[in-house]
Ligand binder design. Sequence first.
Ligand SMILES: [Fe+2]
Length: 325
Amino acid sequence: MPSEDLKELLQLNNMVYKMNVGSMTTLKKIPCQQQNHCISFCTTYDAHDPLLLAGVMPFVDALEVTPDSIAIYKNGQTRLHPEIINSLEAAASQKSIVAHGVGLSIGSFEGYSEAYLELLEELMKLVPLKWHSEHLGYTTIDGMALNTMLAVPRTDEMLEILIQRIQSIMKRIELPFLLENIVHLIPDYEPSYSDAEFLNILVDETGCELILDLYNIECDAINYQFDIDHFLETLNLDAVKEIHLAGGVQHKGFQLDIHSGTVANSTLELANTVIPKCPNLEIITYEILPQAIARYGREMVIDELARLRTKLPINNESESLSTKH
Ligand SMILES: [Fe+2]
């Protein structure tokens, strides 16, 4: 890739990452006789927007919240936004809440972010969480923010570091811990394992589980001819507890990992192929940035949630739907 293009791409991705960080759902329990009775529908909620929350509540069973996106800096301390916490506490009586971090930076050589874990622990004390999750990547080098997220090198050394860290986090945070596949923004360091092999080893060695982000692998397929079929044939799909869906845009032929729109038909087709192969799947999450909501309006999100519910094999007996407006 020419260096000018790479520079522009990195700048663009910095912007996308900042939007994700700056922004960033329990089913009524129904007996799981068929897989689709077990799958909940979820969306991002990281804003203090009571109208948005009221609009999405009838269409989802769960809400995804990013602790670092709902944090504010006040009096020398980073704390969770009290009004967002108030609305999440109210929502938690009807919906599951899952925490989805962006700032743990589990793959940084110098170590992961203690500040992120403290925010997560604060959130856990205030709102019951179904599980917590992070991206398999890193956002800092030597403590300096990259303002983007990069994929970890898939080597034995990195495996050793990650296994110890995942075990340590799982011991400290007594919730299921899920790791998510991220996009490959820049070419990989010479890998010893494929993406799927690497994730499978982490699952086998630690007992962590997986978020499978289908939009991310579509980005990689468009940008790097990533072999989606081989990835899905190799990945331990028994470990997939959550699937992410999103819609983004292209810039100069590069598909951006930006959650800015509706889910493409290709992503939905992929989802409907993969979902029956994931026997332990519990949540499908539609991710959308607050900036996109500000641009396209709350109705876009609500309409998309309603549309996706009809296009996916998710639990349509959720009590929440009986209050559909
Ligand atoms: Fe995702």
